[in-house]
Design a protein around this ligand. Structure first.
Ligand code: HSE
Length: 297
């Protein structure tokens, strides 16, 4: 039995829609071994598909097929810490666990680049899958077949504070609300801010982040699907966040905060409660620079 550790991710980072993402120090664990049947279970109380439609299984089978190997079955035990459909990369974590596990079982026939490409082909965009595999902050362009990417390790005094509502928002629904076309002006608005985001994060020019997280491609539309979204942004800025954005397709809102802002999470919880915004969770994470690991063999 091998054990795979896959980080949660936060994609888009405001303006970098479908292009930027980073890995968080918060992990799902998957135990996996070859078997003569499909035997999938959850190590916690999260309800998961236990048949061949399970995303970890589907991804592992894809890799076996590509390598020309027959897969009779797998024993999979999932420990899902990352909540589903909240914009923290839970689907990508499954895809990446399936691919990394299957590749390990077969003796690593595919390279890391192959895995990045394959994960994006399954998911449709690379901004969660690539950082889940690689760690750090990843800038990625997916040409439909191949991902052209750069991973940068991040050593900053920043923490990423996830403000997680108690409802789900499926990515398909959060993509349906986005317009099919945008103006040239809006395209420039976004590409300039996406570039500013990673440059500012990596050089410590954190005062730029508030400008850099604004976008006109997805957040204005997705806000309408996330009750209290604007209020949560306002509260986060009141408590000193450098920037706040919808994590991935939402509904989680991510605040970027100085690690010296010790009481940020506590103050967020207090203010949310006072504003009548109940049952949202607030968790602090650091960036993970390592990506997916096989931690037991
Ligand atoms: N870039 C993707 C989106 C991330 O915003 O829809 C979710 O998979």
């Amino acid at each position: 039995m091998i054990k795979i550790q896959v980080p949660a991710t936060s994609a888009n980072l405001g303006a970098g829609f479908d292009a930027l993402g980073l890995a968080l120090g918060f992990y799902n664990y998957v135990e996996m071994e070859e078997s003569d049947r499909v035997d999938i279970s959850s190590a916690d109380d999260m309800v998961i598909p236990t048949d061949e439609k399970n995303l970890i299984y589907v991804s592992a089978k894809d890799l076996f097929d590509i390598c020309g190997k027959k897969l009779n079955g797998l024993k999979i035990v999932q420990k899902n810490n990352v909540p589903m459909a909240r914009g923290l990369g839970s689907s990508s974590a499954c895809i990446v666990a399936g691919l990394a596990g299957a590749n390990h079982i077969l003796g690593n026939p595919l390279t890391q680049d192959d895995l990045v490409d394959l994960a994006a082909q399954i998911e449709g965009h690379p901004d969660n899958t690539a950082p889940a595999l690689l760690g750090g902050i990843v800038t990625a362009v997916f040409d439909g077949r191949k991902v052209h990417w750069v991973k940068q390790e991040v050593y900053t005094k920043l923490k990423f504070v996830a403000i997680i509502p108690d409802f789900e928002l499926k990515t398909e629904k959060a993509r349906e609300c986005i317009p099919k076309e945008v103006s040239h002006k809006d395209a420039v608005y976004n590409l300039s801010r996406a570039a500013l985001f990673s440059a500012s994060l990596l050089t410590g020019k954190f005062e730029n982040l508030r400008t850099a997280v604004h976008d006109k491609l997805h957040q204005p539309y997705r806000m309408e699907l996330i009750p209290h979204c604007r209020e949560v942004f306002d509260i986060a800025y009141t408590h000193g966040a450098y920037g706040a954005y919808i994590s991935g397709a939402g509904p989680t809102i991510m605040a970027i905060v100085d690690e010296e802002n010790t009481y940020f999470a506590g103050k967020m919880r207090f203010s949310l409660e006072n504003a009548g915004i109940k049952h949202w969770q607030v968790h602090e994470f650091m960036i993970d620079n390592d990506g997916t690991k096989i931690i037991e063999k």
